[in-house]
Design a protein around this ligand. Sequence first.
Ligand code: P6P
Length: 320
Amino acid sequence: MAHIGMDLNRFILEEERKHPNATGSLSLALTAVETATKIIASHVGKAGLANVLGRAGGVNVQGEEVQKLDVLSNEIMIQHLSDSGQFYALASEELEEPIFPENGKDGRYVIAFDPLDGSSNIDVNVSIGTIFSIHKKITGTVEDFLQEGYKQVAAGYVLYGSSTMLVYSTGNGVNGFTLDPSVGLFLLSHPDIKIPERGKIYSLNEGNYLKWDEKLKQYINALKEKGSSSRYIGSMVADVHRTLIKGGFFAYPADEKNKNGKLRLLYEVAPMSFLVEHADGKATTGKEDTLKIKPESLHQRVPIFLGSKANIEEILSSLN
Ligand code: P6P
């Protein structure tokens, strides 16, 4: 039975035991994500020192090149996911095409990830995150990444914030683990997360207001009249995490300049939609459920509204 303080590895194994036919492959896959993100967390924690030790992309006092954190995070993810042998293919926000790891030939899964989303916020010490989405390997081609979001085997994020948190779901509830750096373990801190039915916080970049369609402008103005609170961090993982815990909604809508919005379907919108819906929330493009979209390309963008069910249903009736 899951209890506060249980470590992630034991939680993953106990979840595996609930499935008699489980081979242990997904458990190994998830622990590879865990290891990679712990290492990323360590580098993120020292990011501010890059200036002292040599700017990222520059040279440190030892004369070594200081890598940009998003490039380094991508390499760390690729190394540990490949070493696990559980992934037939990897797709990254940082790579145009997927990678097929040498020892992944027997891998049962494919994984799409954004190794360090919101990395432009590193310089100002704003929370950033890793987002991942795992699907079953079917054909052993790029097509395996183009499955509808509801078919995800697992999805989650790691938020490098005031504390480092890993939040994930395999479709059976959403659970949050906080890293205890003194022992290097993710410990269960937020069991069975459920998003509030309705929330007072709305989160989207109002700098794009003049480019929105009229119905969206009217809806946001109505929220202001009702005295709703606006919170926008500009880092998806942080904005979605707050929405998951406190309710309300996060959005990156389409606008006259970005007809499909800004966020990527495979490794931002689909995994976050999976988590929100399995926490009893709702996710939509404004026209269709994001988890039902059949992707057409690896880096495809879609508009997104996600959050408390009542808030999203209100948005849908206002926009359509
Ligand atoms: P804007 C960060 O660059 C990111 O990809 C997401 O993490 C975030 O939600 C969004 O873009 C912010 O975009 O246009 O509001 O700065």
